[in-house]
Structures are given as structure tokens and as C-alpha cells.
Design a protein around this ligand. Structure first.
Ligand SMILES: [Zn+2]
Length: 54
């Protein structure tokens, strides 16, 4: 099977981050979750904070 990113999924936990999409920002997690597109990184960060982090 193709494995373009072998380290994309750590075996444990949820690690959130934010990513920019043009003029928007959204929260991402290593589990595959992603938050809605926000107009500011601060809002995206809050979305990430609401997602399980352990
Ligand atoms: Zn997660």
C-alpha cells in the first residue's frame, strides 16, 4: 500500500495544530479531526483546545 507520510499518525494521543488555508485558519489533529475554517488563528486555536488533547 502507498505510504506517502509514514509518520503522519503517531500511535497514541491527539496532537493538535493549526494550518492556514488562504485567508482562513483551521485546527488539525493527528487523529484526523479538523475544525471548521476560521478567520483567525486564535479562533482555530480555541477549536483545537476543545478537542481532546490526551
Ligand atoms: Zn484528535
Amino acid at each position: 500500500m502507498p505510504l506517502p507520510r509514514p509518520t503522519e499518525r503517531p500511535p497514541t494521543g491527539h496532537t493538535t495544530s493549526t494550518a492556514e488555508r488562504g485567508s482562513f485558519c483551521l485546527a488539525l489533529c493527528t487523529c484526523g479531526w479538523r475544525g471548521p475554517a476560521r478567520r483567525s488563528r486564535d479562533l482555530a486555536r480555541k477549536d483545537a483546545d476543545r478537542h481532546p488533547s490526551t
